[in-house]
Design a protein around this ligand. Structure first.
Ligand code: COA
Length: 255
């Protein structure tokens, strides 16, 4: 197991810290593998309700390790980085990120797959693929134009210049820019709120939010199918019964 990814689980929140500060948290294969393992574990472990990504040493991540790209470039869709990105993009586990310092390459595009992203005001984002004679990854060529509009996405991906936290917030890559001392507390507070929700309802909500565009009646049908299923489950029954009985719901019944 790599020492460059540390995890800590507490109160339903699993914090994944990218911990290779001497290289600005550049990512090696083992690091992707470990992060993918933790996400997969959270998919099934009821004690892991939310994942919170952070970086150590004042940076989020400088992206893929460039020496690793030179030595062992990923060859195909079975590559560890591709498998990590697929796991990240398809999990229904709520993902929160707290970013500061450098957020570069995959260290920025992975945020497109997080549900809440909080940034230190001095975070510097770069999508440097074009400057490395490469193309965007992690579906950023699809998600960024949807999020930021075509022209802004073209600017960020075709020029590859740094942009700041306010720009990242304005285009929707970041949920909020926080005062430095409030960065982790804000991310943790959101993670705690998510951890207190019905696990099942939250994951279904995320799955619905991330469904591809489809005709409105089909989406309504998909929502209603899950809605009716959840109405029968103990969590929603406990919350409604507690309301009627003018008491707080029993948290142990909110799975
Ligand atoms: N891969 C491997 N090593 C990296 C790295 C990366 N992606 N990013 C930073 N490092 C290493 C540097 O080589 C340096 O190592 P050294 O101290 O052994 O020489 C150390 O981390 C510190 O980086 P440095 O470049 O001195 O920091 P900086 O603050 O001046 O610049 C960056 C920070 C992120 C702008 C700059 O390091 C950079 O451009 N990195 C490459 C980013 C990139 O292209 N990522 C891949 C995207 S696909």
């Amino acid at each position: 197991m790599t020492q460059y990814i540390t995890t800590q689980s507490e109160d339903g929140i699993c914090t994944i810290t990218i911990n290779r500060p001497e290289k600005k948290n550049a990512l090696l294969k083992d690091m992707y593998q470990r992060m993918a393992e933790v996400i997969k574990q959270a998919d099934t472990d009821p004690a892991m309700r939310v994942i919170l990504f952070t970086g150590s040493g004042g940076n989020f991540s400088a992206g893929n390790d460039l020496q690793d790209f030179l030595d062992k470039p990923p060859g195909d869709e079975n590559s560890i980085v591709h498998q990590f990105l697929l796991t990240l993009a398809t999990t229904n586990v709520p993902l929160v990120a707290a970013v500061e310092g450098m957020s570069v390459g995959v260290g920025a595009t992975m945020l497109l797959h997080c549900d809440f992203v909080y940034a230190h005001p001095k975070t510097q984002f770069i999508l440097p693929f074009i400057n490395l004679a490469l193309v965007p990854e992690a579906s950023s060529s699809l998600l960024l134009p949807q999020m930021a509009g075509y022209h802004k996405a073209a600017e960020l991906l075709m020029l590859g210049e740094p942009f700041d936290a306010n720009t990242a917030r304005d285009i929707g890559l970041v949920s909020a820019v926080c005062e430095p001392a409030q960065l982790l507390p804000t991310a943790r507070a959101t993670a705690a709120k998510l951890a207190a929700k019905s696990r099942s309802a939250l994951r279904h909500t995320k799955a619905l939010l991330r469904r591809p565009a489809e005709p409105l009646p089909e989406r309504m049908h998909a929502e209603m199918t899950v809605f009716m299923e959840l109405l029968k489950l103990p969590a929603s029954r406990e919350i409604m019964t507690a309301f009627m009985e003018k008491r707080k719901p029993d948290p142990s019944k909110l799975d």
